[in-house]
Design a protein around this ligand. Structure first.
Ligand code: AMP
Length: 283
Protein backbone atom coordinates (compact mmCIF):
# COMPACT_ATOMS: atom_id res chain seq x y z
CA UNK A 1 0.00 0.00 0.00
CA UNK A 2 1.30 3.43 -0.92
CA UNK A 3 0.89 6.53 1.24
CA UNK A 4 0.76 9.98 -0.31
CA UNK A 5 1.07 13.18 1.69
CA UNK A 6 1.04 15.54 -1.25
CA UNK A 7 -1.31 16.19 -4.13
CA UNK A 8 1.53 15.61 -6.56
CA UNK A 9 2.23 12.13 -5.14
CA UNK A 10 -1.40 10.96 -5.17
CA UNK A 11 -1.89 12.32 -8.71
CA UNK A 12 1.12 10.31 -9.86
CA UNK A 13 -0.29 7.10 -8.31
CA UNK A 14 -3.73 7.76 -9.81
CA UNK A 15 -2.25 8.42 -13.25
CA UNK A 16 -0.48 5.05 -13.23
CA UNK A 17 -3.70 3.29 -12.19
CA UNK A 18 -5.71 5.19 -14.83
CA UNK A 19 -3.15 4.34 -17.52
CA UNK A 20 -3.50 0.67 -16.57
CA UNK A 21 -7.24 1.00 -17.15
CA UNK A 22 -8.15 0.38 -13.54
CA UNK A 23 -11.45 1.50 -12.01
CA UNK A 24 -10.62 3.92 -9.21
CA UNK A 25 -12.64 3.99 -5.99
CA UNK A 26 -12.31 6.69 -3.33
CA UNK A 27 -13.38 6.45 0.31
CA UNK A 28 -13.18 9.93 1.86
CA UNK A 29 -12.72 9.88 5.66
CA UNK A 30 -11.46 11.95 8.56
CA UNK A 31 -9.55 8.94 9.94
CA UNK A 32 -9.97 7.27 13.35
CA UNK A 33 -11.13 4.38 11.21
CA UNK A 34 -13.66 1.88 12.53
CA UNK A 35 -15.88 -0.90 11.19
CA UNK A 36 -18.18 1.66 9.55
CA UNK A 37 -15.31 2.97 7.43
CA UNK A 38 -14.13 -0.60 6.79
CA UNK A 39 -17.53 -1.47 5.34
CA UNK A 40 -17.13 1.35 2.81
CA UNK A 41 -13.59 0.18 1.99
CA UNK A 42 -14.87 -3.37 1.48
CA UNK A 43 -17.56 -2.16 -0.92
CA UNK A 44 -14.93 -0.17 -2.83
CA UNK A 45 -12.49 -3.11 -2.96
CA UNK A 46 -15.27 -5.32 -4.28
CA UNK A 47 -16.26 -2.97 -7.10
CA UNK A 48 -13.05 -1.15 -8.02
CA UNK A 49 -9.52 -2.11 -9.05
CA UNK A 50 -7.61 0.66 -7.29
CA UNK A 51 -8.94 1.86 -3.93
CA UNK A 52 -7.84 5.10 -2.31
CA UNK A 53 -8.77 6.11 1.23
CA UNK A 54 -8.33 9.78 2.02
CA UNK A 55 -7.67 10.66 5.64
CA UNK A 56 -8.08 14.36 6.30
CA UNK A 57 -9.60 16.12 9.30
CA UNK A 58 -11.09 18.91 7.25
CA UNK A 59 -10.95 22.18 9.20
CA UNK A 60 -13.55 23.95 7.06
CA UNK A 61 -16.36 21.59 8.04
CA UNK A 62 -15.99 22.27 11.76
CA UNK A 63 -17.98 25.13 13.21
CA UNK A 64 -16.14 27.30 15.80
CA UNK A 65 -16.27 25.67 19.23
CA UNK A 66 -16.50 22.14 17.83
CA UNK A 67 -13.98 19.33 18.34
CA UNK A 68 -11.54 20.06 15.47
CA UNK A 69 -8.47 20.19 17.73
CA UNK A 70 -9.34 17.17 19.83
CA UNK A 71 -10.65 15.03 16.95
CA UNK A 72 -8.69 11.71 17.13
CA UNK A 73 -5.82 11.33 14.62
CA UNK A 74 -4.38 7.79 15.06
CA UNK A 75 -2.64 7.73 11.68
CA UNK A 76 -0.47 4.62 12.23
CA UNK A 77 -3.46 2.53 13.37
CA UNK A 78 -5.48 3.85 10.42
CA UNK A 79 -2.77 2.85 7.95
CA UNK A 80 -2.70 -0.64 9.44
CA UNK A 81 -6.47 -0.97 9.03
CA UNK A 82 -6.21 0.20 5.42
CA UNK A 83 -3.41 -2.24 4.67
CA UNK A 84 -5.42 -5.13 6.13
CA UNK A 85 -8.54 -4.11 4.21
CA UNK A 86 -6.76 -4.24 0.85
CA UNK A 87 -6.48 -0.50 0.18
CA UNK A 88 -4.07 0.41 -2.63
CA UNK A 89 -3.22 3.95 -1.59
CA UNK A 90 -3.89 6.32 1.29
CA UNK A 91 -4.00 10.06 0.70
CA UNK A 92 -3.25 11.76 4.03
CA UNK A 93 -2.49 15.39 3.20
CA UNK A 94 -1.43 18.05 5.68
CA UNK A 95 -3.88 20.98 5.92
CA UNK A 96 -1.39 23.20 4.00
CA UNK A 97 -1.75 20.87 1.02
CA UNK A 98 -5.50 21.18 0.87
CA UNK A 99 -5.73 24.83 1.96
CA UNK A 100 -2.44 26.56 1.09
CA UNK A 101 -3.84 30.02 1.84
CA UNK A 102 -7.09 31.71 2.74
CA UNK A 103 -9.85 29.78 0.97
CA UNK A 104 -12.13 32.04 -1.05
CA UNK A 105 -13.69 29.52 -3.43
CA UNK A 106 -16.51 27.41 -2.04
CA UNK A 107 -18.99 24.90 -3.37
CA UNK A 108 -22.39 25.49 -1.82
CA UNK A 109 -25.44 23.28 -2.20
CA UNK A 110 -28.56 25.24 -1.32
CA UNK A 111 -31.84 24.10 0.27
CA UNK A 112 -30.73 20.54 1.12
CA UNK A 113 -28.14 21.94 3.56
CA UNK A 114 -30.60 24.12 5.46
CA UNK A 115 -32.63 21.66 7.62
CA UNK A 116 -31.43 19.01 10.11
CA UNK A 117 -27.67 19.41 10.81
CA UNK A 118 -27.59 22.64 8.78
CA UNK A 119 -29.57 24.35 11.54
CA UNK A 120 -26.92 24.02 14.23
CA UNK A 121 -23.85 23.71 12.00
CA UNK A 122 -23.96 26.65 9.61
CA UNK A 123 -21.22 26.34 6.96
CA UNK A 124 -20.57 22.68 7.88
CA UNK A 125 -21.90 21.38 4.57
CA UNK A 126 -20.09 24.10 2.63
CA UNK A 127 -16.87 22.70 4.09
CA UNK A 128 -17.89 19.12 3.24
CA UNK A 129 -18.88 19.86 -0.36
CA UNK A 130 -15.80 22.01 -0.94
CA UNK A 131 -13.37 19.39 0.37
CA UNK A 132 -15.14 16.59 -1.53
CA UNK A 133 -15.07 18.64 -4.75
CA UNK A 134 -11.34 19.19 -4.18
CA UNK A 135 -10.76 15.47 -3.53
CA UNK A 136 -12.75 14.55 -6.64
CA UNK A 137 -10.69 17.02 -8.70
CA UNK A 138 -7.39 15.76 -7.28
CA UNK A 139 -8.14 12.03 -7.57
CA UNK A 140 -10.70 11.86 -10.37
CA UNK A 141 -12.26 8.64 -9.05
CA UNK A 142 -14.78 6.57 -10.97
CA UNK A 143 -16.76 6.00 -7.77
CA UNK A 144 -16.76 7.46 -4.25
CA UNK A 145 -18.20 5.69 -1.21
CA UNK A 146 -20.20 7.35 1.58
CA UNK A 147 -22.13 6.07 4.60
CA UNK A 148 -25.88 6.32 5.09
CA UNK A 149 -25.05 7.15 8.72
CA UNK A 150 -24.51 10.72 7.48
CA UNK A 151 -27.63 10.64 5.31
CA UNK A 152 -27.90 14.39 4.74
CA UNK A 153 -24.22 14.53 3.73
CA UNK A 154 -24.70 11.71 1.20
CA UNK A 155 -27.77 13.42 -0.29
CA UNK A 156 -25.93 16.76 -0.52
CA UNK A 157 -22.88 15.19 -2.19
CA UNK A 158 -25.05 13.29 -4.67
CA UNK A 159 -26.77 16.54 -5.59
CA UNK A 160 -23.48 18.41 -5.98
CA UNK A 161 -22.18 15.70 -8.30
CA UNK A 162 -25.38 15.75 -10.37
CA UNK A 163 -25.67 19.55 -10.55
CA UNK A 164 -22.01 20.10 -11.44
CA UNK A 165 -21.85 17.15 -13.90
CA UNK A 166 -18.99 15.55 -12.02
CA UNK A 167 -18.14 12.29 -13.79
CA UNK A 168 -18.28 9.83 -10.93
CA UNK A 169 -20.73 7.52 -9.22
CA UNK A 170 -21.67 8.12 -5.57
CA UNK A 171 -22.28 4.86 -3.71
CA UNK A 172 -24.10 5.04 -0.37
CA UNK A 173 -23.52 2.13 2.03
CA UNK A 174 -25.66 1.00 5.00
CA UNK A 175 -25.01 2.18 8.57
CA UNK A 176 -22.86 -0.16 10.65
CA UNK A 177 -24.03 -0.43 14.28
CA UNK A 178 -22.78 -1.69 17.64
CA UNK A 179 -24.62 -4.77 18.94
CA UNK A 180 -26.87 -2.45 21.01
CA UNK A 181 -27.86 -0.50 17.88
CA UNK A 182 -25.65 2.55 18.46
CA UNK A 183 -24.28 3.72 15.10
CA UNK A 184 -20.50 3.28 15.06
CA UNK A 185 -18.74 6.66 15.00
CA UNK A 186 -15.27 8.06 15.60
CA UNK A 187 -16.92 10.35 18.16
CA UNK A 188 -18.14 7.35 20.24
CA UNK A 189 -14.61 7.42 21.69
CA UNK A 190 -15.68 10.47 23.68
CA UNK A 191 -18.36 8.41 25.51
CA UNK A 192 -18.08 6.52 28.81
CA UNK A 193 -19.29 2.90 28.89
CA UNK A 194 -22.50 4.06 30.57
CA UNK A 195 -23.10 6.80 27.99
CA UNK A 196 -22.63 4.23 25.21
CA UNK A 197 -25.32 2.09 26.82
CA UNK A 198 -27.63 5.08 27.22
CA UNK A 199 -27.01 6.20 23.64
CA UNK A 200 -28.65 2.96 22.44
CA UNK A 201 -31.89 4.90 22.93
CA UNK A 202 -31.09 6.84 19.76
CA UNK A 203 -31.58 3.76 17.60
CA UNK A 204 -34.45 2.65 19.83
CA UNK A 205 -36.25 5.91 19.01
CA UNK A 206 -35.71 5.32 15.29
CA UNK A 207 -37.01 1.76 15.56
CA UNK A 208 -40.09 3.08 17.37
CA UNK A 209 -40.60 5.46 14.46
CA UNK A 210 -40.40 2.57 12.00
CA UNK A 211 -42.80 0.51 14.14
CA UNK A 212 -45.37 3.30 14.30
CA UNK A 213 -45.21 3.92 10.54
CA UNK A 214 -45.53 0.19 9.87
CA UNK A 215 -48.56 0.13 12.20
CA UNK A 216 -50.19 2.86 10.14
CA UNK A 217 -49.51 6.07 12.11
CA UNK A 218 -49.33 8.95 9.65
CA UNK A 219 -49.12 12.05 11.89
CA UNK A 220 -45.45 12.91 12.19
CA UNK A 221 -45.99 14.96 15.38
CA UNK A 222 -47.30 11.85 17.15
CA UNK A 223 -44.28 9.82 16.10
CA UNK A 224 -41.82 12.57 17.01
CA UNK A 225 -43.42 12.89 20.48
CA UNK A 226 -42.86 9.16 21.12
CA UNK A 227 -39.28 9.37 19.84
CA UNK A 228 -38.57 12.33 22.11
CA UNK A 229 -39.84 10.37 25.14
CA UNK A 230 -37.28 7.65 24.43
CA UNK A 231 -34.45 10.13 23.85
CA UNK A 232 -35.30 11.99 27.05
CA UNK A 233 -34.38 8.84 28.95
CA UNK A 234 -30.71 9.42 28.11
CA UNK A 235 -29.47 10.95 31.41
CA UNK A 236 -26.74 13.15 29.93
CA UNK A 237 -28.62 13.66 26.65
CA UNK A 238 -29.57 16.96 25.07
CA UNK A 239 -31.81 16.64 22.04
CA UNK A 240 -30.80 18.87 19.15
CA UNK A 241 -33.43 17.72 16.67
CA UNK A 242 -35.86 14.90 15.97
CA UNK A 243 -37.19 15.25 12.44
CA UNK A 244 -39.15 13.31 9.88
CA UNK A 245 -38.57 14.66 6.39
CA UNK A 246 -39.10 13.76 2.76
CA UNK A 247 -36.21 11.41 1.90
CA UNK A 248 -35.35 13.30 -1.29
CA UNK A 249 -36.02 16.98 -0.61
CA UNK A 250 -35.41 16.84 3.17
CA UNK A 251 -38.46 19.06 3.63
CA UNK A 252 -40.49 18.58 6.81
CA UNK A 253 -43.70 16.65 6.41
CA UNK A 254 -46.85 16.57 8.54
CA UNK A 255 -48.21 13.30 7.19
CA UNK A 256 -46.21 10.21 6.34
CA UNK A 257 -46.31 9.04 2.74
CA UNK A 258 -43.74 7.47 0.43
CA UNK A 259 -40.08 7.45 1.41
CA UNK A 260 -39.25 9.37 4.55
CA UNK A 261 -36.06 9.97 6.49
CA UNK A 262 -36.29 9.99 10.28
CA UNK A 263 -33.21 11.74 11.63
CA UNK A 264 -31.99 12.51 15.11
CA UNK A 265 -29.15 14.55 16.62
CA UNK A 266 -28.47 14.27 20.34
CA UNK A 267 -25.60 15.50 22.43
CA UNK A 268 -24.63 12.72 24.84
CA UNK A 269 -22.06 14.01 27.32
CA UNK A 270 -19.29 15.51 25.18
CA UNK A 271 -20.32 13.84 21.90
CA UNK A 272 -22.78 15.11 19.33
CA UNK A 273 -24.32 11.94 17.86
CA UNK A 274 -26.46 11.65 14.75
CA UNK A 275 -28.42 8.76 13.32
CA UNK A 276 -31.24 8.14 10.89
CA UNK A 277 -33.36 5.53 9.15
CA UNK A 278 -35.10 5.47 5.82
CA UNK A 279 -38.67 4.22 5.89
CA UNK A 280 -40.77 3.50 2.84
CA UNK A 281 -44.33 3.96 4.00
CA UNK A 282 -45.64 2.55 0.72
CA UNK A 283 -44.28 -0.88 1.61
P1 AMP B 1 -16.00 10.40 8.79
O1 AMP B 1 -14.61 9.86 8.93
O2 AMP B 1 -16.77 10.42 10.07
O3 AMP B 1 -16.05 11.70 8.02
O4 AMP B 1 -16.77 9.36 7.88
C1 AMP B 1 -16.28 8.98 6.62
C2 AMP B 1 -17.34 8.17 5.91
O5 AMP B 1 -17.65 7.02 6.67
C3 AMP B 1 -18.63 8.97 5.72
O6 AMP B 1 -19.14 8.70 4.42
C4 AMP B 1 -19.52 8.39 6.78
O7 AMP B 1 -20.90 8.45 6.46
C5 AMP B 1 -19.05 6.94 6.82
N1 AMP B 1 -19.41 6.32 8.10
C6 AMP B 1 -19.12 6.78 9.34
N2 AMP B 1 -19.68 5.99 10.27
C7 AMP B 1 -20.32 5.00 9.61
C8 AMP B 1 -21.11 3.88 10.00
N3 AMP B 1 -21.33 3.59 11.29
N4 AMP B 1 -21.63 3.09 9.04
C9 AMP B 1 -21.40 3.36 7.73
N5 AMP B 1 -20.68 4.40 7.28
C10 AMP B 1 -20.15 5.22 8.21
Amino acid sequence: MEVAETIEEIRRMVKTAHDEGRKIGLVPTMGALHIGHISLIEAAVKNCDFVIVSIFVNPTQFVPGEDFEKYPRPLEADLKICRQAGVDAVFAPLPEQMYPGENVTWVTVEKLTEPLCGQSRPEHFRGVTTVCAKLFNIIDPDAAYFGRKDAQQAIVIKRMVADLNMPLEIVVCPTVREPNGLAVSSRNQYLTAQQKKDAANIYKSLQTCRGMIDAGTTETHQIIAEMRKILQQIPSGQIEYVSIVDAETLESIDKISGKVLAAVAVKVGPARLIDNILVDAAK
